[in-house]
Design a protein around this ligand. Structure first.
Ligand code: FMN
Length: 320
């Protein structure tokens, strides 16, 4: 349905890169439930990536099953770019995504994420260099900009396409807009009309209805899910069957089973000190599907060990 440089993204449902969330354990849970077309890492510092130990780094640990997998690079300049891309090649990544949208002050301070779009000439060089250095699908993820301005957004998007970006994901919010603000899906539609490469819509998709409305409003070639995937890991499955007609095995949603499977994957993949923080991060979102989910979130949040978190979650599920 969506193909970029020989990589088929079927269905066109992509996992959003999310720091602390989109690691091997979470990706494995999503694969088990089905319906995801392209997996992602969290943003990976291009400077540190070449030095990370792929056997133990929670950012890089990954299994044979986790494909297709896109590696998102957080890069500030050309200095570390080539070595970071080489590392993705060694790791057998299926695609490389450039983070051009992160609004976090820390990231902007060192010149990365959304800061990159402030200097179009340097960004153009960076993208050209990345393009010259890899034959993998090269994608980019942006927000709508500082303010609603069609001409600057159009210039940015056309420049990215012109320099060889294969697919563009648009998080439909301005740089400073918080997640509670309604996403501007119709602006993804504007971007779609300016470009010939596939455009993927991101932001505020928490249900099949959201996905349907987003596609209607944006005409996007695909959807990228972030928090919705952590809240309802089975949402990919639902969207794949209901919006894209994929014939997937019937899904019985068993929330405690999902949760405990996720814990088992954390325990299989990560060293003990790397597990609890990731469980807390996931629980923050996963608990939102329960009417009294805050109780689960705070019970796990205040747990001192995986064992304690598991016991408290067991009590919560038994009562829910
Ligand atoms: C906890 C968290 C971590 C995130 N980390 C990243 C990241 O590493 N790279 C990135 O491009 N965006 C990151 N984002 C933004 C998401 O990829 C996505 O654009 C945003 O959450 C909007 O989509 P959603 O409404 O489906 O969650 C992060 C968002 C959250 C909530």
């Amino acid at each position: 349905m969506l193909e970029i440089r020989g990589l088929s993204i079927t269905p066109p449902l992509l996992l959003a890169p999310m720091a602390g969330l989109t690691h091997s354990a979470f990706r494995t849970l999503l694969l088990r439930l089905g319906g995801v077309g392209l997996l992602s890492t969290e943003m990976l510092s291009a400077r540190r990536l070449p030095m990370e130990n792929a056997v133990i780094s929670p950012f890089l640990v990954s299994t044979e099953a986790e494909h297709p997998l896109s590696y998102q690079l957080l890069v500030a300049d050309n200095v570390h770019l080539a070595r970071a891309i080489d590392r993705v090649h060694e790791l057998k990544g299926d695609a490389i995504d450039l983070n051009l949208g992160c609004p976090a002050p820390k990231v902007r301070q060192f010149g990365g994420g959304s800061k990159l779009v402030d200097d179009m000439d340097s960004l153009r060089q960076l993208v050209a260099e990345a393009r010259a250095h890899t034959a993998l699908p090269l994608t980019a993820k942006i927000r709508l900009g500082e303010e609603l301005n069609e001409s600057s957004l159009r210039n940015l998007c056309r420049m990215l396409e012109g320099e060889g970006i294969d697919l563009l994901t648009v998080h439909a919010r301005l740089r400073k807009e918080p997640f509670i603000r309604k996403p501007r899906w119709e602006w993804v539609g504007k971007v779609k009309n300016w470009l010939t490469i596939p455009v993927v819509a991101n932001g505020g998709i928490f249900s099949v209805d959201d996905g349907r409305r987003c596609l209607e409003r944006s005409g996007a070639d695909g959807l990228m899910l972030g928090r919705g995937a952590a809240m309802r890991p089975w949402l990919f499955h639902e969207l794949a069957s209901e919006l894209y007609g994929l014939d997937l095995p019937r899904l019985e949603i068993d929330r405690p089973a999902c949760y405990f499977f996720f814990i088992s994957q954390l325990e299989e993949r990560f060293r003990p000190e790397r597990r609890l923080g990731r469980l807390k991060e996931f629980t923050h979102y996963f608990s939102m599907t329960y009417p009294f989910g805050l109780r689960l979130a705070s019970a796990v949040q205040s747990s001192g060990s995986m064992q304690e978190a598991r016991e408290r979650a067991t009590v919560f599920f038994a009562r829910s």
